[in-house]
Design a protein around this ligand. Sequence first.
Ligand code: FMN
Length: 158
Amino acid sequence: MAYKIPKDLDLAKIKRRAKSVPVYLVMKEDQIDTVILPIYGKGLWSTMYAFLALEGDTNTVKGLSFYEHAETPGLGGEVDNELWKKSWKGKKVFSPDWAPVIDLPKAKVDPQRPEAIHQVDGLSGATLTTRGVKNLLRYWLGENGYGPFLANLRQQGV
Ligand SMILES: Cc1cc2nc3c(=O)[nH]c(=O)nc-3n(C[C@H](O)[C@H](O)[C@H](O)COP(=O)(O)O)c2cc1C
């Protein structure tokens, strides 16, 4: 079943989405080790599809990997850059009150600053793709995406 996303909520610019989406939980004994969330949204030229892997705390990034997009190689296509992908590891997507605050500033992230824990470098020369990445993450992690599901996981485990 498709659900039409009201324009003002459609941060990822996808217009509609399935009402239920499969997510993947990797268990270690009886604990959630990894939560894998399919996410997607518009870049500059294309809809970009990714998996976001979070630790069992539902907050710490294990990895972000785009598996389909048509952004420009060397510009938006740098979403595939291995070093950039590595820089996501350990970032916290949520604020202490569980608002999605992951950010991709244009200026290089200063690791000394406290907000660096929520920040990954924006892709240079690709402001629009970068904005797409930030917005799709915030959509899917928010109230209208996986937010309620993740809150449930934190409360109940599985
Ligand atoms: C052929 C061509 C391909 C481009 N591809 C991308 C792209 O994949 N992603 C992107 O954000 N900007 C791309 N741009 C640049 C955008 O038009 C825009 O200038 C840019 O996003 C601004 O980023 P900046 O402020 O970091 O320079 C492309 C521009 C040209 C001429």
